[in-house]
Write a protein that binds this ligand. Structure first.
Ligand SMILES: C[S@@+](CC[C@H](N)C(=O)[O-])C[C@H]1O[C@@H](n2cnc3c(N)ncnc32)[C@H](O)[C@@H]1O
Length: 219
């Protein structure tokens, strides 16, 4: 994964749009699992596996701050109904976890109607342990990686089999598209399924069936 420090400058428009998608997803998930009467699951887990430091250079909220603020707003309902809410905030970079702790303290989000767990580990190392804890709970999983490598097929298969689990995965589609034919990329992502035939396959089809050229998009 490219080592990019997105949080030392203001979030760009793409990041803000991504965070809005996360906010709506988290609100939808919590709306269903907390107090809607649609679920009897009392154990709720939110797992932000690539959490970052919580705020950008201008104080815009990243995923952990956004999430904990929403949970604080639901505090009365969580307590009245007796939900057990656990939040995992993990980032491979220890300085980001330290800055996050400081930011949560300053924003008074370091305690609330939730049990906060911090971790400072590589996602693919921490995921199997966390996946075992997800059984029997309602889970919201956020995989906000920078590239594409952190969502291999075995992680997808494991998550797909968990009931009452919502998963939001971000990946760099432009990077995946650009390098779709590279064996390195195909180790991480089935690009033919994601984008249709690879450029190499398309050019073979075009050579064999020139009349079909317009039918197979190059986009
Ligand atoms: C796109 S940022 C996440 C932003 C965060 N969701 C937010 O809203 O501010 C990706 C984060 O993943 C962390 N990271 C990179 N590789 C990782 C890995 N293999 N496992 C866990 N965290 C990783 C980076 O340090 C970075 O903070």
């Amino acid at each position: 994964m490219p080592n990019r420090n997105l949080h030392q400058k203001p979030f760009d428009a793409g990041t803000l749009a991504k965070l809005e998608i996360f906010k709506l997803t988290a609100e939808g998930f919590l709306g269903v699992f907390i107090g809607s009467g649609q679920s009897r699951c009392m154990r709720i887990q939110i797992l932000d596996f690539f959490c970052g430091p919580g705020l950008d250079s201008q104080g815009n909220m990243g995923s952990p701050v956004m999430l904990l603020r929403h949970l604080q707003n639901l505090g009365k309902k969580i307590q009245e109904e007796g939900y057990k809410v656990s939040v995992l905030l993990n980032d491979a970079e220890d300085d980001k976890v330290e800055v996050l702790k400081k930011n949560l303290k300053e924003t008074k989000l370091d305690s609330g109607p939730y049990d906060l767990r911090f971790a400072n580990r590589e996602f693919l190392e921490v995921f199997p342990e966390e996946a075992a804890r997800m059984e029997g709970a309602a889970n919201l999983v956020l995989i906000d990686q920078n590239g594409v490598r952190q969502f291999p097929p075995d992680v997808f298969t494991k998550l797909r089999k968990l009931p009452t689990t919502d998963v939001l995965v971000f990946m760099s589609s432009s990077y995946a598209w650009r390098f779709q034919d590279a064996p390195e990329m195909q180790r991480h992502l089935e690009t033919a399924k994601a984008f249709g035939p690879t450029t190499r396959t398309k050019s073979i089809i075009w050579r064999l069936f020139p009349s079909k050229r317009g039918a197979i998009s190059t986009a």
